[in-house]
Design a protein around this ligand. Structure first.
Ligand code: GDP
Length: 429
């Protein structure tokens, strides 16, 4: 059963896009299963930059079918503009290479406005949402009033659904937040046009995936965000509005857990976080600035500078448990070049008490003081290295230590943003 789930082990931005693009060379099908265009994957292939927010990062590999599963929330404007751009560049010649589940929920512009208005109203307790309407769209889905992609293809029944939602959303925008309202007639016309354009891409993706798995095809499930942004397992409420751990691949794509064989955890060789919320190993001074500059740590979706700090093995162990990692991809190893010493947090002290487990509550995570061990740095440029044996001794020792602390083998080491800048120890499929 060649089904592999690849998910972020930290707070997102681990470089999943690069790893997924690289693995997708061996995949037949690549599947997004949760989240929306709050994700932003940056891919560098032959010197050309591609940023994808909705279309799976497998699309640059010509042999792949790229599926947007029922668990995703889709902004049709963003999806269509990605499709247009990929078509213009000649990457996407055949619409059958992008398949969108009719069960995925649609992000309407009123939810983008509400997302921003509500976060602004939270003032200093703001979550730091991307303002892309993801959270309010999941709320509508759970409240059983959402509009799904397949509904866009049925102009008749769509009218009533849009009128009803627009009335409620406009009321909140106007009366609670004092924001401008949206015109239901215009939105209806727009939605019908989205449906017309998306039609050739819409399919019931459950049988498609079942067929692919039965035929022994390689199916790669591509996570967005990361374990500690998961709505249940992350640092709530500073999280995203969907589950993002590996188990979500089953519910979000529509495959049973018995069909997943391997789970790859993707982590940076250090840690970053965007937006609010606790971050035990954060470095707010010079060390953080150095990591930010070396790693070019600015958001692909928002351009916001990312908070930076050292690798946290307490988090990595928790991520290994909740996701069931069978392997790790250790990314951005090259960024640590030039550090005299590289600390790794192996435990926390919370109110003077030593713990090796990630704490249960947010306030405990806020009070957690990392306990570090320190490893020697390296000065060599890693970008040309392709074999583990060719890494400098200090880098190899660091990788070995990460593996021992996580209790999971490091299968891939990324030494640069380019597709080929990858050290492979075990083939993912
Ligand atoms: P994602 O959301 O997890 O895909 O991560 P992002 O795309 O937001 O951030 C990863 C950034 O790091 C992108 O700009 C990648 O091109 C870049 N990147 C990925 N892997 C490496 C690596 O090994 N070294 C360096 N220097 N950059 C990398």
């Amino acid at each position: 059963m060649p089904a592999l789930v690849a998910v972020g082990a930290q707070w997102g931005d681990e470089g999943k896009g690069k790893v997924v693009d690289w693995i997708a060379a061996q995949a037949d099908v690549v599947v997004r299963f949760h989240g929306g265009n709050n994700a932003g994957h940056t891919l560098w292939v032959e010197g050309e930059k591609t940023v994808l927010h909705v279309v799976p990062a497998g699309v640059l590999q010509p042999g792949t079918t790229n599926v947007i599963g029922p668990g995703v929330v889709v902004d049709p404007v963003v999806l269509l503009s990605e499709i247009d751009e990929l078509t213009r560049r000649g990457v996407l010649k055949d619409p059958s290479r992008v398949r969108v589940s009719g069960r995925a929920h649609v992000i309407f512009p009123w939810n983008c406005s509400l997302d921003k208005a509500r976060d602004e109203a939270r003032k200093e307790r703001a979550i730091g949402t991307t303002g892309r309407g993801i959270g309010p769209t999941y709320e509508d889905k759970v409240a059983r009033r959402g509009i799904r992609v397949a509904d866009l293809l049925e102009a008749g029944s769509l009218r009533g659904a849009i009128d009803e939602l627009a009335a409620a959303k406009n009321r909140e925008l106007r009366e609670v937040h004092g924001w401008p309202t949206l015109d239901a007639d215009e939105l209806y016309d727009e939605a019908v046009a989205w449906g017309r354009r998306l039609g050739p891409y819409v399919e019931h993706t459950t049988p498609l995936l079942d067929r692919a798995l039965r035929e022994g095809k390689n199916v790669l499930f591509e996570g967005a965000q990361g374990t500690f942004l998961d709505i249940d397992h992350g640092t709530y409420p500073y999280v995203t509005s969907s589950n993002c751990v590996a188990g979500t691949a089953c519910t979000g794509a529509g495959v049973g857990p018995t069909r997943i064989e391997r789970v790859l955890g993707i982590t940076k060789a250090y840690t970053t976080r965007v937006g609010g919320g606790p971050f035990p190993t954060e470095e707010t001074g010079e060390a953080g600035d150095t990591l930010r500059a070396a790693g070019d740590e600015f958001g692909a979706t928002t351009g916001r500078p990312r908070r930076c700090g050292w690798l946290d093995a307490v988090m990595l162990r928790e991520a290994a448990v909740v996701n069931g990692f069978t392997g790790l991809a250790l990314n951005k190893m090259d960024v640590l070049r030039g550090q005299r010493e590289i600390p790794i947090a192996t435990a926390y002290r919370v109110d003077g008490k030593l713990t090796h487990d990630f704490p249960m509550t947010l306030s405990e995570v806020e009070r957690a003081e990392p306990v570090y061990e320190t490893w020697a740095g390296f000065s060599q440029d890693l970008c040309g290295v392709r074999r583990f044996e060719d890494l400098p001794d200090a880098a190899r020792r660091y990788v070995d230590r990460v593996e021992a602390l996580a209790g999971i083998p490091v299968e891939l080491i990324s030494v640069g943003p380019g597709r080929d800048e990858t050290v492979v120890r075990t083939s993912p499929f």
